[in-house]
Design a protein around this ligand. Structure first.
Ligand code: ATP
Ligand code: MG
Length: 224
């Protein structure tokens, strides 16, 4: 299972005068769900965008299973290794639920028939009822849309799932559903799930909790 190790990562936005990430060292494991917590503006989303390959750190290394991530083709990293889930879901509004989840598969050259089959499996995995597969995202609840977004990220085949405040727009019941899905993906299917969150409930059930504070990341004691 994947091991992702960051060593002495620093990052500064172009127009900013100080580092947003300051000598960040941490590790994330396949089979686990990790939470990244910390105050607004502390650098959590910045950390995720670096993990997602959307931005390059000024210094430091990222290694996945012995392989230097920053040295590899970034498009390949983004397409095959990591998948990002956003607070605002970011589904394609003009594609049906099923088509949204088929999309990454078809992009990877899977035939329509195979893609539909696999998409249905992924939607079943997140517990969405089949009668909703032909709907458009706008006709689903927020919690259902987030489940579709997770199903779509599974279709990309990446084993590292990055989620930025995935329950930020959801109520307690839907938050519980999403937590259950992430936990299952990590514990039963070996995904490395990294969740940026303000939600103490997510932190409480995570295998590891990292706290960002003004660009510095420290490991919190494991929850009991
Ligand atoms: N594009 C940008 N250019 C310059 N500075 C930025 C940019 N994006 C973010 N920042 C700054 O970097 C710091 C960290 O931002 P980041 O978005 O990582 O925080 P966060 O921990 O995710 O906060 P929140 O909990 O509010 O989402 C903040 O001071 C922010 O103002
Ligand atoms: Mg953020």
């Amino acid at each position: 299972m994947a091991t992702l190790t960051l060593d002495h990562i620093t990052y500064k936005y172009k127009k900013a005068d100080k580092n947003v990430l300051k000598d960040v060292s941490c590790h994330f494991l396949g089979g686990q769900m990790a939470a990244v917590i910390g105050p607004s503006g502390s650098g959590k989303t910045t950390l995720l965008s670096i993990l997602a390959g959307l931005d390059e750190p000024a210094s430091g290394t990222i290694v996945k299973d012995g392989q230097d991530v920053l040295g590899m083709d970034r498009d390949l990293w983004r397409r095959q290794e990591v998948s990002v889930i956003f607070q605002s879901f970011q589904l394609f509004p003009l594609l049906t639920v099923l088509e949204n989840v088929m999309f990454p598969l078809e992009l990877n050259g899977v035939s329509k028939k195979e893609a539909a089959k696999k998409a249905e499996e992924n939607l079943a995995m997140v517990g969405l009822a089949p009668e909703k597969y032909r709907r458009y995202p706008a006709n689903l609840s927020g919690g259902e849309q987030q489940r579709v977004a997770i199903a779509r990220s599974l279709s990309g085949g990446a084993k590292i799932l990055l989620a930025d405040e995935p329950t930020g727009n959801l109520d307690g019941e839907n938050t519980k559903n999403i937590i259950a899905i992430f936990t299952r993906l990590a514990h039963e299917l070996g995904y490395c799930v990294i969740v940026v969150t303000h939600d103490p409930e997510i932190a409480a059930v995570s295998d590891a909790v990292w706290k960002m504070s003004d660009g510095e990341l420290t490991r919190e004691a494991a929850p009991a």
